[in-house]
Design a protein around this ligand. Structure first.
Ligand code: UD1
Length: 375
């Protein structure tokens, strides 16, 4: 039995680790320990509850308006005080957040092998996305097993010098989570969305929260959403991120608009119901970049570059930047030109086939077997 600690702290990490944690709980080869750093306190707890996961250990590092350095050193400090006592065979981290980097570093410093889920994504620009591109590249330097979601991401790793026998292509577990959520998609329970089933307007689901969008770009995005809401037969729905850098800019623009509904972040399955009900998705969220195209929803990405180019190449997603004019023109094209809409509205399996969890677990089992010379 191998003891592995999943250490993460944000909503997207929880969504993408959850299928693996739940499958490992049923697998007699593994004993998973779930460690929450609490980087996204509220949104993380709601998400974990949905997947029936209770963290075994809570680091509770969250403080109001904490800086990246504070997040990183607080996690490192707390882990270094206890990680050895857990007796882990490996630490599993996901993606590119501050929690990912700090947990990987703590494991490395305590000589515990690191397994990196969603490894090998690269935008090619160390400054964008900031700090995520740097985080994932740094983790790649010290990880022992790299689980790449796509062939492209595995190629990125090998090009950077990672040993091929330490890389496995698994698909992205987000598709596994998404399929589960879509099968269990609830009705719209929030009072603000209760009328959705009878609403004949075209639903534009929009969100923006990443660091590169803070400040002036957030104003541009907000103005674009207001202008889109003036178009005929359109309703814009915005599940607004909890971050104050987002709320303080967005709310003055979006509140009290006739065709805009602002809601708090939705539980994952409710958000999936909303994406399923949407006509188009406009977002700077990495999750939306993967989930929108997987559901066949035309997805306009509010970024200039992406580490997830697969859906753009497949034609279901488009990079549109963050200027009001470009967002409005690209969205209007989809809203006004049915042929253009149909060209983009095609589900793509660029990120996975829903079976990534099994491949992840098999790759981890193979890794341990190779360490000891037995299965
Ligand atoms: C800025 C940032 O931190 N970006 C990271 C974050 O992206 P990302 O931008 O996707 O992070 P989000 O906090 O938007 O989380 C996205 C996830 O939350 C879900 N959702 C969204 C809205 C809502 O109301 N309810 C809900 O459950 C989405 O379906 C999606 O699965 O995680 C990715 C890992 O996957 C990383 O690669 C990104 O670098």
């Amino acid at each position: 039995m191998r003891k592995v600690a999943f250490i993460f702290g944000t909503r997207p990490e929880a969504i993408k680790c959850a299928p693996v944690i739940n499958a490992m709980k049923l697998d007699r080869r593994f004993e998973p320990l779930v460690v929450s750093t609490g980087q996204h306190r509220e949104m993380l707890d709601i998400t974990l509850m949905e997947f029936s996961i209770r963290p075994d250990i809570e680091l509770n590092i969250m403080q109001p308006r904490q800086t990246l350095s504070q997040v990183t050193y607080r996690i490192l400090e707390m882990l270094s005080g206890q990680i050895d006592q857990w007796g882990m065979d490996a630490v599993i981290v996901h993606g590119d957040t501050a929690s990912t980097l700090a947990a990987a570093l703590a494991a490395f410093q305590h000589r515990i092998p690191i397994i990196h889920l969603e490894a090998g994504l690269r935008s090619g620009n160390i400054a964008s996305p900031y700090p995520e591109e740097a985080n994932r590249r740094l983790v790649a330097q010290i990880a022992d097993l790299h689980l790449a979601p796509t062939i492209r991401s595995s190629e990125n790793l090998v090009r950077e010098g990672v040993r091929e026998d330490r890389v496995a292509v698994t698909g992205n577990t987000v598709v596994d989570a998404l399929r589960w959520a879509a099968e269990n998609a609830p009705a719209f329970a929030e009072p603000a969305l209760a009328d959705l089933n009878n609403d004949t307007r075209r639903i534009v689901v929009a969100s923006a929260h990443r660091r590169e969008s803070w400040g002036a770009p957030m104003h541009e995005i907000a103005r674009a959403l207001v202008r889109l809401s003036f178009q005929e037969n359109v309703r814009v729905i915005v599940p607004l991120h909890k971050n104050l850098a987002v709320r303080e800019v967005m709310l003055p623009y979006l509140s009290d608009q006739a065709n805009i509904t602002v809601v708090d972040p939705l539980p994952y399955r409710n958000f999936c119901s909303l994406m399923l009900r949407s006509h188009i998705i406009i977002s700077d969220s990495s999750g939306a970049e993967e989930e929108g195209p997987s559901l066949g929803k035309p997805t306009l990405i509010l970024r200039d570059i992406t580490e997830r180019p697969e859906a753009v190449e497949a034609g279901t997603a488009r990079l549109v930047g963050r200027s009001t004019a470009r967002i409005v023109s690209e969205a209007s094209r989809l809203l006004c030109d049915p042929d253009e809409y149909l060209r983009m509205a095609k589900p793509v399996d660029a990120y996975g086939d829903g079976k990534a969890t099994t491949r992840v677990i098999d790759a981890i089992a193979r890794y341990f077997a190779a360490q000891t010379g037995r299965e």
